[in-house]
Design a protein around this ligand. Structure first.
Ligand SMILES: C[S@@+](CC[C@H](N)C(=O)[O-])C[C@H]1O[C@@H](n2cnc3c(N)ncnc32)[C@H](O)[C@@H]1O
Length: 239
């Protein structure tokens, strides 16, 4: 399978071509809307539509477990949403069979300033969740990677992407992926992002000289991620 490439297709198709025990790190962030029922074939936000998403996630985590090396780790970023003025959390994911086959290692809170969902009738939704999972117990986490309190489960990473650099509505700050790579990756690692979006994981891997593979279903997001990677390579004379 070609490395350092984003595949414009459903991630289940990309993973179906990967051999077992192939990937060291999965860093990814699925569409958040679906936590509260919209997406994956859903036509409304009715709770019944969670069924589509949970069936899909069962398949996703099953494939993650298969393609991960025994030392492999997953950083799966998701967030709560509000619907009808109430909070919808993604904790139901923890009850999926395929999730439970993995080792649930840490529940990381990614804290930032400000909220995308602000009201004075609720505490701010100014954090996201990162599920940290692994296939086995022998995993690499570097407590001396230069980050203060590197193994803390609360990470403050500002969501301060400049407007001129924002090309995706749920673009992750590069510093978030940077932090994951610093604490959990080695130079010869292969990273997979199953929801590549604007290409953040790919660009940060490039910056850190780490191989990656990505999947992105949406053609416009795919094209934008390719443009972003080209721009980075041109600026850094990597062609
Ligand atoms: C939350 S965004 C990821 C944002 C990304 N982390 C970034 O920094 O730009 C989720 C992405 O997953 C893509 N997506 C949704 N379903 C997918 C699937 N089955 N396979 C691959 N990509 C998918 C969406 O098009 C969207 O761009």
């Amino acid at each position: 399978m070609e490395l350092n490439k984003i595949y414009n297709e459903d991630n289940l198709d990309t993973m179906s071509r990967m051999s077992d025990n192939f990937i060291d790190l999965i860093i990814t962030s699925p569409p958040y809307e679906d936590v509260c029922g919209a997406g994956y074939g859903a036509k409304s936000k009715d709770i019944l539509f969670l069924k589509f998403y949970s069936d899909y996630l069962e398949k996703l985590f099953t494939e993650y477990e298969r393609i991960l090396k025994p030392t492999g780790q997953i950083f799966f970023n998701i967030k709560s949403k509000t619907f009808n003025k109430t909070l919808r959390t993604p904790h139901w994911i923890e009850f999926l069979n395929s999730f439970q086959k993995l080792k649930f290692k840490s529940y990381i809170i990614w804290k930032y300033a400000g909220s995308f969902d602000s009201t004075k009738k609720r505490f701010h939704l100014d954090y996201e969740i990162i599920y940290h999972l692994s296939k086995g117990d022998n995993i690499y986490l570097n407590n001396n990677c230069g980050i203060h309190d590197a193994l803390s489960s609360v990470w403050y990473v500002p969501h301060n992407i400049k407007n001129s650099e924002r090309i995706h509505p749920t673009q992750m700050p590069e510093a978030l992926v940077e932090r994951i790579l610093k604490v959990a990756s080695k130079k010869d690692y292969l990273v997979y992002d199953s929801f590549m979006g604007s290409g953040t994981t790919a660009v940060v891997c490039l910056k850190n000289n780490i191989n990656y593979i990505g999947s992105e279903l949406n053609i416009n997001n795919y094209k934008n991620s390719i443009k972003r990677i080209k721009k980075y390579k041109l600026q850094n004379k990597l062609f």
